[in-house]
Design a binder for this molecule. Structure first.
Ligand code: ZN
Length: 92
């Protein structure tokens, strides 16, 4: 019976993931339509939506680590993990 339980949990995780992706897509589209979105922002947002369509959204563009959902909610267009962003900041 443990296998049925874990299959259900996997399914629930998957459904939660799909719902989160849909929420994040709305956030991205809102950001894209925001009057104060600069050209750099728009390029980043469009790249993030493209990654979503490819099924890569939510993983770091540099090291492929998973990006926490809390971080994606704050900045849905940022597709680097905290460690890579810190490295980018240090080398800028
Ligand atoms: Zn990374």
């Amino acid at each position: 019976m443990a296998e049925i339980g874990s299959a259900r949990r996997l399914m629930e995780d998957y459904q939660r993931h799909i719902v989160q992706l849909a929420e994040l897509r709305v956030l991205l589209e809102e950001r894209l339509g925001a009057a104060d979105a600069g050209l750099d922002d728009i390029a980043e947002i469009e790249a993030a939506i493209e990654r979503m369509d490819l099924g890569l959204y939510g993983t770091c563009r540099r090291c492929e680590a998973f990006i926490p959902v809390a971080q994606l909610r704050l900045a849905p267009h940022k597709q680097e993990c905290a460690a890579c962003r810190e490295r980018m900041r240090m080398s800028a």
